[in-house]
Design a protein around this ligand. Structure first.
Ligand code: ZN
Length: 207
């Protein structure tokens, strides 16, 4: 069982004892469509539904781990555990009720660190975005339809953009020692068009 040292360990039972082992080959990021702390998320899975993830991430970067990464978690439909014993490590992150908001800077930082740790801890998780539902690598919930029963928009457009432009490139950079991507910036004011010089009025001299 692998427990991430940066996360608060809060083992979810009976899932942790009863669910099958997996060999992790993927990391899948989610938004939970609720502005919850990892504690509230833990209580939700303990008391209500059984669609848990391994990790819960609050807006402030607080991270809890509920299951060891070699235990099946049930948030990813067919990626939870395949017939060959491979499966996905999953993370739920706090969001607004419609999961339309971007990850906070604190969340982005923890997503990157967790991704690097997962890659280094589990040799079967390569540094690429999953090309198919069973392809090893990194992804977000809506990336492949086999990961969500009935379909989902999770984690929302803003976070998909962050994943592709910021989170995943930074995981690759840190894991390989390459320079990190800088946060994409958009100019707040469009550049002012150059003022056209007035045509000089030539006096017709009649010459
Ligand atoms: Zn999801």
């Amino acid at each position: 069982m692998a427990w991430y040292p940066r996360a608060v360990k809060m083992e979810l039972q009976p899932e942790s004892s009863t669910q099958q082992a997996i060999r992790p080959t993927q990391v899948i990021y989610h938004s939970i469509a609720a502005p919850w702390t990892p504690k509230r998320t833990y209580e939700y899975w303990r008391d209500s539904t059984n669609l848990e993830s391994h990790f819960g991430l609050g807006f402030d970067g607080t991270l809890w781990q509920y299951l060891g990464t070699q235990t099946r978690a049930d948030a990813n439909y067919r990626a939870n555990r395949r017939a060959d014993g491979t499966g996905a490590i999953s993370l739920e992150s706090a969001s607004n009720l419609d999961h339309t908001d971007p990850w906070t800077d604190e969340q982005v930082e923890e997503l990157i660190k967790l991704g690097v740790w997962a890659h280094k801890t589990h040799p079967d998780i390569p540094l690429r975005i999953c090309r198919s539902a069973s392809d090893p690598g990194f992804g977000y919930h809506r990336l492949h339809s086999d990961w969500a029963l009935g379909g989902t928009d999770c984690p929302g457009d803003a976070r998909v953009k962050q994943f592709r432009e910021l989170v995943f490139p930074a995981i690759v950079a840190r894991a390989t020692g390459a320079p990190e991507p800088t946060k994409p910036t958009t100019p707040s004011v469009p550049p002012t068009p150059r003022r056209r010089r007035r045509p000089v009025a030539y006096r017709l001299t009649g010459a």
